[in-house]
Ligand binder design. Sequence first.
Ligand SMILES: *Cc1c(COP(=O)(O)O)cnc(C)c1O
Length: 343
Amino acid sequence: MSDSEQFASDNYSGVCPQAWAAMEQANRMDEPAYGEDSWTQRAADGLRSLFDTDCDVYFVFNGTAANSLALASIGQSFHSVICHELAHIETDECGGPEYASNGAKLLLGEGPDGKLTPASIEHLVTKRTDIHYPKPKALSLTQATEVGTVYTPEELKAIRAVADKHRLNIHMDGARFANAVAALDVHPSEITWKAGVDVLCFSGTKNGLALGEAVVFFNRDLAEDFEWRCKQAGQLASKMRYISAPWCGLLENDVWLANARHANACAARLEKGLAGLPGVSLRYPRQVNGVFVEMPEPVQAALRAKGWRFYNFIGDCARLMCSWSTSEAQVDRFLCDLRELVA
Ligand SMILES: *Cc1c(COP(=O)(O)O)cnc(C)c1O
């Protein structure tokens, strides 16, 4: 367990022991390259079994590539993708989706707590239908969202209904998909293909891997030639087993879910400890592994001076993010420091 004093990000964490052990095992002999190895087969089969459906699975290095390439496979350069204004694909991918798709435009929608509403989607699709405007073709949902909230299966189905009406494919940015499954306590299929999601970018990195995201196509027609897209984009790992073996470590015995549950529980412990502290309140409901906290700027500065690292890139509230490697003791130390400061 890490004892570094940070709630900055779940990608500050190290590699979880099970993923590390699988990598060590994969290192014992030579194996075919470019994903032709036994580990990649096992990891892909493991994901098919996890989702209980015959999906197409690809592994890439990071989330920006996963999202950008998945979105590029959904539409043409003259199409558009509807996403929330706070979506990572809009705010944090340096135009990656537009670049990978040769120019598909992101259309920014709204909704409380980082979630797109059916009404906002409907508005964006219907406000322009002329030839001078890029045609909406896809919808991108982040599950869990950038502000630590989740779409319920019912909300996803309501969105799917709008998507069906306007023939939009649904992409899911699952950087924290595991945390959403843990929080909702649902089978992973309930918030993906059973809710009409066409393609999911499932993050291993934020769950406990060194690197590696799975792009999971439930709509297999969209996956046509995807391996060429990955290769051209420089996202085909030649020693693929070093991405896929750690995935096997996460999938076996549902380590991915245990990691997510632990991270969520640490955030819940933080939330509980923050309750009632003077001048301290939550900006968004705490549903997964992040707590978004409003507190006076001098208090934030004093926490930083004590060595605590955290971001405040959304509004100016502090984002406290937990991971598989966060310890309860670390949460308690933070709360202890904060209590002293606001007392
Ligand atoms: C971390 C994250 C990603 C992936 O980011 P990379 O740095 O490209 O791996 C994608 N979406 C969301 C919401 C994220 O938080």
